[in-house]
Design a protein around this ligand. Sequence first.
Ligand code: AMP
Length: 142
Amino acid sequence: MPAYDANNIFAKIIRGEMPSYKVYENDKVMAFLDIMPRAPGHTLVLPKAPARNILDIAPDDLVAVALAAQKVAKAVVKVFNADGVTVQQFNEGAGGQVVFHLHLHVIPRKNGVPMKPPASEKEKPDVLSDHALKLAAALKDT
Ligand code: AMP
């Protein structure tokens, strides 16, 4: 497996070198909106520590990401009035991974509404800002 690249886009977001629509943060984890959502509210949950994917992440960071993903899942269901939630995670190019800093996709789902294809459409900044504000409010104090 290739080594972790500290210049990947999510590492830059975690270091504050690139902007994001942040919805949640603790000492080990950060969560922000996917800018090309497969459904409204599509959120990414990441460890702050460097990890390429599930093959190299430290166990305590994986636990922290899973716990945060549960909080985010509950929040997206509430805020987007969803009927369900899809949690996905891809590993290496062969496994569908495009950005090589581990992330869980948390995607609210409605009955009968298919997800858009991956990276099909960039959402408008005002829509993402509005969704991020609502999710951050729902995740405050969780
Ligand atoms: P994957 O590595 O296959 O899990 O997919 C990477 C995901 O990152 C895709 O869903 C992209 O839409 C998303 N993405 C790419 N760049 C950014 C960014 N700057 N901010 C938020 N999401 C992003």
